[in-house]
Design a protein. Structure first.
Length: 237
């Protein structure tokens, strides 16, 4: 039994597993997956803004998404490949964040004075809870506009209708607005952290990288919020 345990203890570990077990490995996974999410969010936001072009064009855009990759891919396969890829990235991102948070708590069992780091920004202090809120929102968003089980009047193949009936309900607007504000804070802090983890940050670039992160956060937050605001004000109907 002892010999068996010793053999397991000294058994070689793959470089990928060894890298994952390190703090820098988990931070790298968070940085890469986070940047992938930003690219997706930019593309998704641009597509969402087509709702201002009218129902016909927005529904046509939704139908076009299901034809990407044809005839190599069957109808709708691209979206499922994208969803699986995003799900894997999300699980990796959340797992790395949770494990890093647990390590941080173990390393500092004594709380900071006043319960927070003195120099921490509001975005930094809300990263963990903001991440939890965003994870829950992703589940809600899928159930709402992909599956349709929580949508007030979901109709397959009519994304314009589904979005409009959604944002005519005040509490759905509230969920969406809170989530988008959390998204902006998450990106504002996370972009700079990702750049530092990936070795992009230099003293001369630090201010520019922060500016890029803040700009992305503001543009994405505004770009997503303008859709529910458009429905609420009657610009989209």
């Amino acid at each position: 039994m002892v010999a068996e345990r010793t053999a397991r203890a000294v058994s070689p570990v793959s470089p990928v597993v060894a890298f994952w077990r390190t703090t820098i490995g988990k931070k790298t996974v968070m940085a890469v997956s986070g940047l992938l999410f930003v690219l997706f969010l930019i593309a998704h936001m641009v597509g969402n803004l087509k709702i201002f072009a009218g129902a016909a064009e927005f529904d046509a855009y939704g139908a076009w998404l299901r034809t990407i990759g044809e005839p190599v891919l069957s109808h709708g396969w691209y979206l499922w490949i994208q969803r699986v890829g995003l799900l894997v990235a999300l699980v990796a991102h959340v797992t790395a964040a949770a494990q890093l948070s647990a390590r941080d708590l173990r390393a500092r069992p004594v709380k900071y004075a006043h319960g927070q780091r003195v120099r921490a920004t509001y975005a930094t202090r809300t990263m963990r809870w903001g991440g939890v809120i965003l994870a829950l929102f992703v589940v809600w968003h899928v159930l709402d506009l992909t599956v349709g089980v929580v949508n007030p009047d979901f109709r397959h193949g009519q994304p314009h209708h589904n979005v409009v009936v959604d944002f005519q309900v005040w509490w759905i607007n509230l969920i969406y607005i809170v989530a988008m504000v959390m998204l902006g804070l998450h990106i504002n802090h996370g972009f700079a952290s990702a750049a530092q983890t990936l070795g992009v940050t230099r003293p001369a670039r630090r201010r520019a990288i922060r500016a890029v992160g803040t700009t992305l956060a503001v543009v994405l937050t505004a770009g997503y919020l303008v859709v529910p605001l458009g429905v609420m004000t009657g610009m989209v109907s």
